[in-house]
Design a protein around this ligand. Structure first.
Ligand SMILES: *Cc1c(COP(=O)(O)O)cnc(C)c1O
Length: 419
C-alpha cells in the first residue's frame, strides 16, 4: 500500500530513516515516496490496460513539479482547475494534449492560456461558461474542444464538502438540461463537442456510486450518439478513496472490473482523473513535539505543524493516523489532542487520540498526507510553508525548500504616504 514502514522501532520512507530526513531539512516537512507514487499510478495503467484510456492526475491533490514529473514520465496527463495549475503542469513537462481543464469559474485569461497551450479539452460546467469559451476561442480565431460536465445527481456517500454530484452541488450541468446544452454547443461556431464528463465526489469507498453515475452518463451518450453527436471521450472523473484509518476502498482493478463491461456499449476513449488515490498514501507530514500540556480535563500534545500545513482535520474533521517516528512500546498510553501553534481552537491534527507518552523533541508522522496536504497549506499566522522531500530508495531529494521570512513578504510594499 505504501512505503512508510518500521524497521525495528524506527520509521523509514523506502530505505531512509525518517529521522535522517528531518536532520537534513528540519521539522515540519512533507515526505513523499517515489516508489509508492509510481505503484499507485501504474495500478491504474495496469487495471485499464485493455481499454484505450488516459489517466489525467488531478493536480489539486498535489501539484509539486517533481511529483508531476514522476507521473508524466510514465505517461500520465493532468486534470487542471486553474491557470496556475496549467502553468505548473507545463513546467513539469506534462504534454498539453494530455490535459483536461475543469472548474466552475474559468476566467477569460485562463481560457486563453489553455487554448494557446492547445490542451486536450475543457470540461464545461455551465451554459454561461460554454458561451464564454466560444467567445474567447472566436476572438483568438481558434476552436475549443469541450466535454460537458454532467451532474448525474448521485450521492457518493462521502463528506458533504467533497461531494460534487448532487443536484444541490455547484458543479456540472443539470442532467435534465444536458441534451439541450449539447444541442446548443453543437451549433456554436468555435466549439467542438468531443466528450462527456462527470465527477461525483472524493474519497469514495464504495463502487456503487461510480457504477450508478456511469450508467446515467452512458444513457446520455447513447442518446447523443443516435442523434449524430461524435462523442469520442468519456471522462469518469476521480474520487477513488484511500485508507486513512479502517476504510477498505476499491482498488483500481475493482473499478475496472465493475465498469469495463458497461463501457463496451459506447465506443469512447476513457479518461480518469484520480488524485487522492495516487498521492494520498504516498506522503506523510512529519512534525516535532514542542510541549505536553495538561488542561483540567484534557491532555494536549503541542507540535510544530498546524492547520496551515495540513488543513484536512480542521476543514473536514478528517482522520489521519499519527505514528511515532521512533516507537517506544513501553510508553504509557494516553488519549491526547494533537494540536498546532496556531491561534485558533480549530487548529488540531487529531482529537482524543490514544498515543504513547511523548516528550519534547519526539518526531511524529502524520500519515496519508500526500493528497490535499501541501496544496491546501497557507501562510496563516505568518508561518513559512514547509519543505517537500522526495525519497527514492536511499536518495533524499528536496523538491521544495522551506519558505523564508523574506518569502512571506514577497510582493508586499509600504506606500510612500505611510513613510
Ligand atoms: C478533485 C477532482 C478530482 C480528483 O478527486 P480525487 O478524489 O482526489 O481523486 C477529479 N476531477 C475533478 C473534476 C475534481 O474536481
Amino acid at each position: 500500500m505504501h512505503d512508510f514502514e518500521y524497521r525495528g522501532n524506527e520509521l523509514f520512507c523506502e530505505d531512509v530513516p525518517v529521522r535522517e530526513i528531518v536532520q537534513q531539512v528540519g521539522s515540519p516537512c512533507y515526505i513523499y515516496s517515489h516508489r509508492t507514487l509510481l505503484r499507485h499510478f501504474l495500478a491504474f495503467e495496469d487495471a485499464f490496460k485493455n481499454i484505450p484510456h488516459l489517466v489525467a492526475f488531478a493536480m489539486k491533490a498535489n501539484s509539486n513539479l517533481a511529483v508531476l514529473r514522476v507521473l508524466a514520465r510514465e505517461g500520465c496527463g493532468a486534470d487542471i482547475v486553474s491557470g496556475g495549475e496549467l502553468f505548473r503542469a507545463l513546467k513539469a513537462g506534462v504534454p498539453p494534449q494530455k490535459m483536461v481543464f475543469a472548474g466552475v469559474g474559468k476566467s477569460a485569461e485562463e481560457i486563453q492560456f489553455a487554448l494557446k497551450s492547445n490542451i486536450l479539452m475543457f470540461n464545461v460546467e455551465s451554459p454561461g461558461e460554454l458561451l464564454h469559451i466560444n467567445e474567447v476561442a472566436g476572438s483568438l480565431g481558434m476552436r475549443a474542444r469541450v466535454a460537458l460536465r454532467i451532474n448525474p445527481d448521485i450521492d457518493p456517500q462521502t463528506h458533504p464538502y467533497i461531494s460534487t454530484g448532487l443536484k444541490k452541488s455547484k458543479f456540472g450541468i443539470r442532467a435534465d438540461r444536458a441534451l439541450e446544452e449539447f444541442d446548443i454547443a453543437q451549433q456554436l461556431p468555435h466549439i467542438d463537442v468531443v466528450g462527456v464528463h462527470k465527477h461525483i465526489g472524493s474519497q469514495l469507498t464504495k463502487i456503487n456510486p461510480f457504477v450508478d453515475a456511469l450508467k446515467k452518463i452512458l444513457e446520455l451518450i447513447g442518446v447523443l450518439q443516435t442523434k449524430g453527436f461524435n462523442i469520442q471521450y468519456l471522462n469518469i472523473g476521480g474520487g477513488l478513496g484511500i485508507t486513512y484509518s479502517d476504510e477498505t476502498p476499491p482498488h483500481p482493478k475493482d473499478l475496472a472490473a465493475a465498469i469495463s463491461p458497461l463501457l463496451a456499449t459506447v465506443n469512447c476513449h476513457l479518461i480518469m482523473e484520480p488524485g487522492r488515490s495516487i498521492v494520498g498514501n504516498a506522503g506523510i507530514l512529519v512534525t516535532k513535539v514542542l510541549y505536553n500540556k495538561e488542561a483540567e480535563t484534557k491532555r494536549f500534545v503541542i507540535v510544530d505543524a498546524a492547520m496551515n500545513d495540513l488543513l484536512r482535520p480542521s476543514l473536514y474533521d478528517a482522520h489521519h493516523d499519527i505514528l511515532p517516528v521512533l516507537k517506544d512500546e513501553s510508553a504509557p498510553v494516553n488519549a491526547v489532542d494533537v494540536v498546532g501553534p496556531i491561534c485558533e481552537s480549530g487548529d488540531f491534527l487529531a482529537k482524543d487520540r490514544k498515543m504513547g507518552q511523548l516528550k519534547q523533541g519526539d518526531l511524529l508522522a502524520v500519515m496519508s498526507a500526500g493528497a490535499y496536504g501541501f496544496t491546501m497549506s497557507s501562510n496563516y499566522n505568518s508561518r513559512p510553508r514547509v519543505p517537500e522531500v522526495l525519497i527514492k530508495g536511499q536518495a533524499i531529494m528536496i523538491i521544495r525548500q522551506r519558505e523564508s521570512y523574506e518569502d512571506l513578504i514577497r510582493g508586499e510594499s509600504i506606500p510612500e504616504v505611510l513613510a
